[in-house]
Design a protein around this ligand. Structure first.
Ligand code: THU
Length: 141
């Protein structure tokens, strides 16, 4: 993925935060997934009065993409409040792993410092995603 495409994905994730429904945490998250073919699908976190029903921005974006017929992901950007970029939660990483390779770029950005994104990949954040296709023991600590 080139720099211009990275920047566009970051802008989409930042914009997606504006649709967050986060009255309980006040923590508006936006996610943008670039799918095979180049389209971008966005999501925001959607909270609920019954807190456990909350869905993260990344999973909203992932499920939107798949339900639209895009089940091969190429990159994800996630935008959080504050000044420090943050990685997606473990549950979202596991969901992403279903639809992409382990080298998929994950670009993290904070709304308060949009010019300082941090780029990593799924393999680094979730080295042992659960997979029915790859049966292997986890390494010991
Ligand atoms: N949240 C996300 O949208 N993505 C993550 O990866 C972690 C957390 C949301 C869930 C909740 O609405 C708020 O952030 C605070 O946890």
């Amino acid at each position: 993925m080139n720099d211009a495409a990275d920047k566009a994905l970051i802008r989409s994730a930042l914009a997606a935060r504006k649709r967050a429904h986060a009255p309980y945490s006040g923590f508006a998250v936006g996610a943008a997934i670039r799918v095979s073919g180049g389209k971008t699908v966005c999501g925001c976190n959607v909270e609920n009065a019954s807190y456990g029903l909350t869905v993260c921005a990344e999973r909203v974006a992932a499920f939107k993409a798949v339900s639209r017929g895009f089940d091969s992901f190429r990159a994800l950007a996630v935008a959080v409040p504050g000044d420090e970029p943050m990685p997606p939660c473990g549950a979202c990483l596991q969901v992403l792993a279903e639809f992409c390779g382990k080298d998929i770029p994950i670009i993290m950005v904070a709304a308060g410092s949009p010019g300082r994104p941090v780029r990593t990949c799924l393999r680094k954040l979730l080295p042992h995603a659960f997979s029915m296709h790859e049966r292997r023991g986890a390494s010991r600590c």
